[in-house]
Every structure is written in structure tokens, then in C-alpha cells.
Design a protein around this ligand. Structure first.
Ligand SMILES: NC(=O)c1ccc[n+]([C@@H]2O[C@H](COP(=O)([O-])OP(=O)(O)OC[C@H]3O[C@@H](n4cnc5c(N)ncnc54)[C@H](O)[C@@H]3O)[C@@H](O)[C@H]2O)c1
Ligand SMILES: [Zn+2]
Length: 363
């Protein structure tokens, strides 16, 4: 990919290193796995849109088309996928190849981790969110028991083939969802890094070379963080900036807000809460808000019931028995984990934000 000047990016993991391979033509990479008897899991929409390029995969003997929605990545949906792979004779030496967004990735990763006690898998991400963030880091999470992402493992793929050609057909809302995660990754690196991508924000949508540059940068920023803490025991928790609030917004709206847009709102929420609770400064809230607000446009008035929101927040994996575990900027703008009691003051901040925070900058 000329505009990426792309050498592979190698990520170390407990299963050995794996590469993110940047390609103009990702389809040529499917011929070898197809003839080696790989089992393909393909987003149904992508299969229709890229029928020609995906022909080697679509003509192979084992294809599972995934209707990418949250219920497709639930434990209840797994038996049908398992039946298919058993019927197609999945063996240990064969690999799964996932082509799609985060939903297809999570399903493939979960099946690869558990079937036959582990088979290899590789991934061709087709959404911006999956390219910029979820493809590296080993995580798979599926839904179960009425809760999101409660079942999963850390199982990295063998390789990732990344091509921005898939962005041509992604709708604007899904592009902005991916941009939300890109803003997050840059904010985690530093306030200056966030300011750089914020300045170029409009060009992300109009100039593919600019998009590709920030996309690669996201993976470069994420690489040392996931390598240092693949199992999410400490330093990697910062990657959840915007996610405690964001996941709760998703749950309280029954997933009416796409993941990366909810994370965009979640960062603003976290910035305001940090300032209100005396854990950070209002400067970062004001500095970041215009770009974040541009990215969540269209979702300013999606109703979020306060009690549903707080109920979801209380279930966050990062909480302790006594307090909420939140990822917020400190006064210098460094993103880090803090503990905050779920008291009346916190409830008042949440009520204020949910009532007015998305439509106007709060004083
Ligand atoms: N495992 C992880 O580390 C991780 C990290 C972040 C998010 N996730 C999960 O990822 C999921 C969200 O993933 P996502 O946002 O990538 O989207 P997705 O897989 O839900 O896909 C979003 C929509 O885009 C369509 N689509 C995919 N590629 C397309 C293309 N190239 N052109 C046109 N349409 C296309 C899909 O059919 C779907 O309708 C959530 O379930 C989230 O929990 C996982
Ligand atoms: Zn996310």
C-alpha cells in the first residue's frame, strides 16, 4: 500500500509473534488458505459487496456467513457455528479465516480458542474499528447471560491482512465509530497526539492517505501497550478510556449507539466527571470536546435512562467491591485508572451529563 509505506507491523504475544500485513489487494492472500482447506467466516454484507474479490473464499468448501449484530456473537448463537464446523470436518491442522468487523472477529476468535482445544485463525478486518483497534491485542469477547462481552479468551491470530479498500463501502456512521477508537488511542498516547489527529479530523473522511497514516499510528501506539500487558492486568487498562461510560451508554440504549460512537461520548463523559470530581482538570474536557462532539453527531438526543446507565456501570469489570474503576485524564491529561465511590455526587454528575452533556459544553 503505497500511501502507508507499509512494512509489516509485528506484534509479540504469548503464542508467538504475529504480523499486521498492509496490502492494497487483500484478496490475493485468500487463495493459499482456500486451497489449504481453511474454514472461512465472512460478514454476509461484505460477502455480497466484495463477491468478486472474495471468490477464492466463497468457492471454498467451508464458508459461514455471519449476520453482524450483537446477538450473532452470543453464546446462544455458537451451537450453529460449531455444528457447521463439525460437519465440515474441522481438524487441528486447519485454520479459521475471519473476514469482517469486530463481530466476525469475536466469533472467529472464540471458536478458534475453544474448538478442538485451539486451532489457528487469521483475520481480514473490514471495518475501521477492527482495523484501527480490535485486530491487535488477542482479545475475544462474546455475549452471554444477558451481558455483553462476558465470555472470552486471549487468543491472537496468526496473521492480520489489513487493507483500507474495504472502507469504500462502510457507511459514515461506522467510519465515525472507528474514528472514535482512533481518537481514544491518540488521547492515550498524549494530549499532543490527540490534538494532532483532532486538527486533521475532517481530512480523515476525505483523504485516504491521511486516514491510512493515523490508522497505522494507532496500531503502533497500541503495540507496546498490549505487548507489555497482553492479559489486561494493569497498564493495558488505559485502553478502556471512554469504555466504562461508553459500554453503559450502549447497554442503556439497547445498542442504539454504535460502539465507537458510544466510546466517543464516553471519553467526554469521563473528562467532565474527572473535572467535577476533582480528579482532573476542566481544561482537557474543553480541549477535546469539539472534536468528540463532531464525532458523535446524530446521537445528541438518543435517550439514556439514568438508572439503566448507572445499573450498567455498576457491572463494569474494572470495579472493586467498594468503588467504581474508571479510566480518566489526570490534571496533566495523562489517562490512568482511578477509583471513585458510586455516591450521590457521582450520580449527580451522571444526571447532569446525560441531561445536557451531549448538546452543549457544560460550564
Ligand atoms: N475483541 C476486541 O478486542 C474488540 C474490541 C472492540 C470492539 N469489539 C467488538 O466489535 C463489535 C463491533 O465491531 P465493528 O464496529 O467492527 O462492527 P461490526 O462487525 O458490528 O460491523 C458493523 C456493520 O458494518 C458492516 N460491514 C463490515 N464491513 C463492511 C464493509 N467493508 N463495508 C460495508 N459494511 C461493512 C457489517 O455487516 C455491520 O452491519 C462489538 O461487538 C464490540 O464489542 C471487540
Ligand atoms: Zn472499544
Amino acid at each position: 500500500m503505497a500511501d502507508l509505506l507499509a512494512s509489516d507491523l509485528i506484534i509479540a504475544s504469548h503464542k508467538g509473534p504475529y504480523a499486521v500485513e498492509f496490502r492494497d489487494d487483500p484478496f490475493a492472500e485468500l487463495v493459499a488458505p482456500a486451497s489449504a482447506g481453511a474454514h472461512f467466516l465472512i460478514d454476509r454484507r461484505v460477502a455480497g459487496l466484495y463477491e468478486r474479490g472474495l471468490r477464492p473464499a466463497l468457492l471454498s468448501r467451508s464458508i459461514l456467513l455471519i449476520d453482524a449484530a450483537e446477538d450473532a456473537k452470543s453464546i446462544e448463537a455458537m451451537p450453529a457455528y460449531v455444528r457447521h464446523l463439525v460437519a465440515k470436518g474441522l481438524r487441528r491442522g486447519q485454520a479459521l479465516v475471519a473476514i469482517g468487523g469486530g463481530v466476525t472477529q469475536d466469533i472467529a476468535c472464540f471458536l478458534a480458542a475453544t474448538m478442538l482445544r485451539g486451532v489457528d485463525w487469521s483475520f481480514v478486518p473490514t471495518t475501521l474499528l477492527a482495523m484501527a483497534d480490535s485486530c491487535v491485542g488477542s482479545k475475544s469477547s462474546i455475549n452471554g447471560g444477558g451481558a455483553k462481552n462476558v465470555l472470552g479468551t486471549f487468543t491472537p491470530p496468526k496473521r492480520i491482512v489489513l487493507s483500507t479498500c474495504f472502507l469504500d463501502t462502510l457507511n459514515e456512521r461506522d467510519v465515525r465509530s472507528g474514528v472514535g477508537e482512533m481518537l481514544k488511542v491518540h488521547a492515550i498516547e498524549s494530549p499532543a497526539s490527540f490534538d494532532a489527529i483532532a486538527t486533521d479530523y475532517p481530512r480523515l473522511f476525505t483523504d485516504r492517505a491521511v486516514m491510512s497514516r493515523y490508522l497505522r499510528r494507532c496500531l503502533e501506539i497500541k503495540k507496546p501497550i498490549v505487548e507489555a500487558d497482553e492479559f489486561d492486568a494493569g497498564p493495558r487498562l488505559v485502553m478502556n478510556y471512554g469504555h466504562s461510560f461508553g459500554h453503559s451508554l450502549e447497554a442503556a440504549t439497547n445498542y442504539a449507539i454504535p460502539h465507537g460512537i458510544a466510546i466517543t461520548i464516553g471519553m467526554d463523559f469521563a473528562n467532565l466527571a474527572a473535572a467535577r470530581l476533582g480528579l482532573g482538570s476542566a481544561e482537557h474536557y474543553r480541549r477535546m470536546r469539539p472534536t468528540l462532539a463532531a464525532n458523535w453527531r446524530g446521537f445528541e438526543t438518543t435517550p439514556v435512562p439514568l438508572d439503566d446507565f448507572l445499573g450498567a456501570l455498576a457491572k463494569d469489570k474494572k470495579n472493586s467491591a467498594q468503588s467504581l474503576g474508571l479510566i480518566m485524564p489526570n490534571a496533566a491529561g495523562t489517562i490512568r485508572k482511578v477509583s471513585a465511590p458510586a455516591d450521590e455526587k457521582f450520580r449527580a454528575v451522571c444526571a447532569e451529563y446525560l441531561a445536557k452533556g451531549r448538546t452543549a459544553e457544560l460550564p
